[in-house]
Write a protein that binds this ligand. Structure first.
Ligand code: PBG
Length: 322
């Protein structure tokens, strides 16, 4: 096919023509909206570093969940800010925890909205790490037992999907086994399979108050320089029983999403993280970017790279615009 017989512009002439041959689609049904749950009543507290995002008390989050569902969004992802933190993060698995309460409240009033829960300890530990800290190290195998308790407590409260984000070795298999043993064989695991030690999580650490007090997460989250290792991580999680594989962050790692898409048949999710959100918000607020268009383009790029599902703080905005 050569010019002048072939002219690519022929199919770009009108919006109807462009729509006819559009390869990638975007729908609120692909999106998961993250929510931060805090103790108290009647609270909707703005998050400075993430304009348009809030910390909600359990009663307030129910209202928000209804609004999300009415916009056509299928799923929310819950993060908890506990009343108390301790060295083991025990408020992550108590029955009266904020997330556990939010799960049952949301399922009661919006039963068809999927409730996905982040399974991790960093928001609950006094040191801010995602696992048990002993002698300055994160003890992998001791952490697995606690993660199991967290996942089970979420399943008992009525979670539809659990999403371990800690990056401990062996967590998917351990959680799968525990869920099955306790009658939760129908609860899928959305695994943060390929989670990089990224500086794009900065604003989230304010939102979820979970910055590590010492050191960083590079001994458990992945080195941003590595792509082949991403395939090994994904393979491990697949073999341990993950139902959906996630890549995180999204935009700086489109190559990784694409690699996984080519190698695996499982559904793939991508997390457009807090830093990706706040960059677009900040530039738009200065008038340097057209927010609505940039958001749509960013989500399309993530889908085009191969993601089936996108976790994004823009879910409500984009659902309104679609
Ligand atoms: C908890 C967790 C983090 C994010 C999701 N789950 C923070 C981290 O690992 O430091 C980041 C999400 C975002 O930046 O939007 N482990």
């Amino acid at each position: 096919m050569m010019y002048p017989e072939y002219r690519p512009r022929r199919l770009r002439r009108t919006e109807s023509l462009r729509a006819l041959i559009r390869e990638t689609t975007l729908s609120p049904k692909h999106l998961i909206y993250p929510l931060f749950i805090i103790h108290g009543k009647g609270i909707k507290q703005p998050i400075d570093a993430m304009p348009g995002c809030y910390q909600f008390s359990v009663d307030a989050v129910v209202k928000e969940a209804k609004e999300v569902f009415d916009l056509g969004i299928n799923a929310v992802l819950l993060f908890g800010l506990p009343e108390k933190k301790d060295s083991r993060g025990s408020h992550a698995w108590i029955k009266s925890g904020v997330v556990q309460k939010a799960i049952s409240a949301i399922k009661k009033s919006v039963p068809d909205l999927l409730v996905v829960t982040d399974v991790c300890l960093c928001e609950y530990t006094s040191h801010g790490h995602c696992g048990v800290l002993s002698n300055g190290r994160i003890d992998n195998d001791a952490t697995l037992e606690l993660l199991t308790k967290v996942a089970l407590s979420h399943a008992r409260a009525g979670a539809d999907i659990v999403a371990p984000s800690d990056m401990m070795d062996g967590r998917v298999g351990t959680i799968r086994e525990a869920l099955d043993e306790h009658g939760f064989d129908q609860i899928p695991i959305l695994s943060y399979a390929v989670k990089y030690a990224s500086s794009f999580y900065g604003p989230f650490r304010e939102a979820a108050e979970c910055a590590p007090k010492s050191g960083d997460r590079r001994s458990y989250q992945m080195d941003p320089a590595n792509a082949r290792e991403a395939m090994r991580e994904a393979m491990l999680d697949l073999e341990e029983g993950a139902d959906i594989l996630m890549v995180k962050p999204a935009m700086p790692y489109l190559d990784i999403i694409h690699l996984l898409r080519q190698e695996f048949t499982l559904p793939i999710a991508a997390y457009q993280v807090s830093g990706e959100y706040s960059m677009i918000k900040a530039a738009s607020s200065k008038g340097w970017l057209d927010e609505a268009r940039v958001v749509e383009e960013s989500l399309l790029s993530i889908r085009r790279a191969g993601a089936d599902v996108i976790i994004t703080y823009f879910a409500k905005d984009i659902a309104r615009n679609l």
